[in-house]
Ligand binder design. Structure first.
Ligand code: MN
Length: 133
């Protein structure tokens, strides 16, 4: 089954860039949200396999969205990769504390993001199949 990836990003240029990048790497089932409220809405409706979450977003920040999602059983184990333009001291800790699994500073490299997505989808599949035994 194809992996469903939700991209949350309010900057249209970054959104286009990520879409192109992920499609080029074979991820074709992409969902999009451009602010925190839409992210919650699309996530709970579509139940993606992984979320790429910009942190600076209108309405609700990526951290707030992540915290809300983590309270829902379905999202307790869904990988969330945070992207943030500024990384100040303590930001990484805040991001991980909110429930994100990983963190990439912007601008991210064209290799790093798809590699991280692949790795997380695979390890999530492994832990899911482990649970069934
Ligand atoms: Mn942003």
């Amino acid at each position: 089954m194809e992996d469903k990836i939700l991209i949350v990003e309010d900057n249209p240029q970054n959104m286009r860039l990520m879409e192109m990048l992920l499609k080029a790497r074979g991820f074709s089932f992409l969902l999009k949200a451009i602010d925190g409220e839409e992210a919650l809405d699309v996530a709970t409706r579509e139940l993606p396999d992984l979320i790429v979450m910009d942190i600076q977003l209108p309405k609700l920040s990526g951290l707030e969205v992540t915290k809300k999602l983590r309270q829902m059983p379905f999202f307790s184990r869904i990988p969330i990769i945070a992207l943030t333009a500024y990384a100040m001291k303590g930001d990484k800790e805040k991001i991980l504390e909110a429930g994100c699994d990983a963190y990439l500073p912007k601008p991210f490299s064209a290799r790093e993001l798809p590699a991280m997505i692949n790795e997380m989808l695979q390890s999530n599949r492994r832990s899911k199949s482990g649970e069934k035994k």
